[in-house]
Design a protein around this ligand. Structure first.
Ligand code: NAP
Ligand code: HSE
Length: 430
């Protein structure tokens, strides 16, 4: 810190988010300085390719991380590179050197959070990561501070903007999957490798971070049950519409007495569910806790500017604490609750299958469900595909393990050509 009124910033990365941060820092500098009582000064920017045109002065650009990380003339290191390495090592080195770190990198926090918090605690350095979950929605600050007195029982959310954008476009405009993905990439919503969005890794990382904070127990991303949207078809969306449901990639975390349940998968929600009307790149997180009851947080879930809002607020917060000598909250993962195995989780299910279109087939399928003690809510046979019929079955609540055994058994029946898709249904909000 130079004098008392200037806080020097180094950016690691100048992509979608980094460029928005640099631009808004410049555009809003007057108001930022007024509110903070100090100037946030961008000093250096680390990139991979030094030859690209950049919207910052050339002498700010570097390809050597040592110009920022552990450098005595940088107070706040803002990591916006993405990926696990070298981001993890650079964050830890910065914290060890006593620099404050702000990151929007969910992969690094969800996977190496324990180690990073430890490094921050040892050197009493500040760490903030609001931009890592739900873009511009201040959900981390809300859970850590504004809802701190609550016992949170459930979090349910749409926390990946790219997949919500794709599913919304497919449902509302009949746009095909790859066109919608290309549009999401053009708008800067998708991860560098969009498989992270489509396969549910990104949402799994985010719900791991939220569950860790909400339930005060370390949840690592690899402990989250995860299924992406790759298998979702326009047919499933259309059947859901007929049944009064909207398809979403849902992230859910629930506290049980001695365990936590954490999962991400495509889910049908009744159209009147509060999360069913969250469309496009918007995200929403539904929080249930005592004493607050039910609250919902809504806003833009991805994109450079939305994320810059969160990153800049973190930069201002750590700068304020640094200037005032305020204490960092630190890690609040006090417990180590086991994660509930997915086989024991109970929901309702939608199954779409193709079977021979002849007498007795429906009875044979229904008998198999009966034998496995799964109760059927409804059965729809809509259309023929050659000599086969497409059948949609909706179950009552049943444990996942039982359902998966039944799907395996269905696939061995001579009359069943294939089970095409299985999608969970959530009707409640908690
Ligand atoms: P991006 O557009 O791919 O930008 C990454 C930047 O980091 C680029 O400037 C790149 O340099 C630089 N970089 C990457 N690896 C590097 C390395 N090894 N050495 C030096 N520089 C390196 O990514 P983004 O969309 O801005 O996302 C950044 C982070 O924010 C990620 O963790 C992402 O998950 C998170 N995030 C993104 C969004 C969003 O909507 N995009 C929202 C919330 C959080 P070059 O320019 O030279 O390639
Ligand atoms: N790729 C992420 C998303 C960026 O689409 O939600 C925001 O974290």
């Amino acid at each position: 810190m130079e004098g008392e009124r200037r806080v020097r910033v180094g950016l690691l990365g100048l992509g979608n988010v980094g460029q928005s941060v640099a631009r808004v820092l410049e555009e809003n500098s007057y108001w930022i300085e007024r509110k903070l009582g100090a100037r946030l000064e961008l000093k250096k920017v680390l990139v991979r390719d030094p030859h690209k045109q950049r919207p910052v002065p050339v002498d700010m650009i570097t390809t050597d991380a040592r110009d920022i990380v552990a450098h005595p003339k940088i107070d706040i290191v803002v990591e916006l590179m993405g990926g696990l390495e070298p981001a993890r090592s650079l964050i830890i080195q910065s914290l060890q050197a006593g620099q404050a770190v702000v990151t929007a990198n969910k992969e690094v926090i969800a996977h190496a959070g324990a180690e990073i918090f430890q490094a921050a605690a040892v050197s009493n350095a500040q760490l903030a990561f609001e931009g890592s979950v739900a873009g511009g929605i201040p959900i981390i600050e809300a859970l850590k501070e504004a809802l701190a007195a609550n016992r949170i029982s459930c979090l349910m959310g749409i926390i990946n903007g790219t997949t919500n954008f794709i599913l919304s476009k497919m449902a509302a405009e009949g746009v095909d999957f790859s066109t919608a993905l290309t549009e999401a990439q053009r708008l800067g919503y998708a991860e560098a490798d969009p498989a992270a969005d489509l396969e549910g890794h990104d949402a799994a990382r985010k719900i791991a971070i939220l569950a860790s904070i909400a339930f005060e127990t370390r949840v690592s991303d690899d402990a989250v049950y995860r299924q992406g949207i790759q298998a979702v078809t326009a047919d499933d969306i259309a059947y859901g519409r007929e049944l009064g449901w909207t398809l979403k990639l849902l992230a859910l975390a629930r506290r049980h007495s001695e365990t936590v349940e954490v999962r991400v998968h495509p889910t049908f929600l009744p159209n009147d569910h509060p999360l069913a009307s969250v469309h496009g790149v918007s995200n929403a997180v539904f929080v249930q806790g005592y004493p607050v009851g039910e609250t919902m947080f809504y806003g833009p879930g991805a994109g450079g500017d939305a994320t810059a809002s969160a990153v800049l607020a973190d930069m201002m917060m750590v700068a304020r604490r640094r200037l005032s000598g305020g204490k960092e909250l630190g890690c609040t993962c006090f417990d180590q609750f086991p994660i509930l195995p997915i086989a024991t989780v109970e929901t309702e299910y939608y199954l779409r299958l193709e079977a021979a279109d002849k007498p007795g087939v429906m009875a044979e399928i229904a008998r198999l469900f009966g034998k496995n003690a799964i109760s059927l809510n409804s059965v729809i046979q809509k259309r023929s595909i050659g000599s086969d019929a497409e059948i949609v079955l909706v179950t009552h609540r049943t444990p996942e393990g039982k359902l998966q055994n039944t799907v395996a058994a269905l696939n061995t029946l001579a009359c069943v050509k294939a089970v095409r898709n299985v999608i969970r249904i959530e009707r409640g909000q908690g």
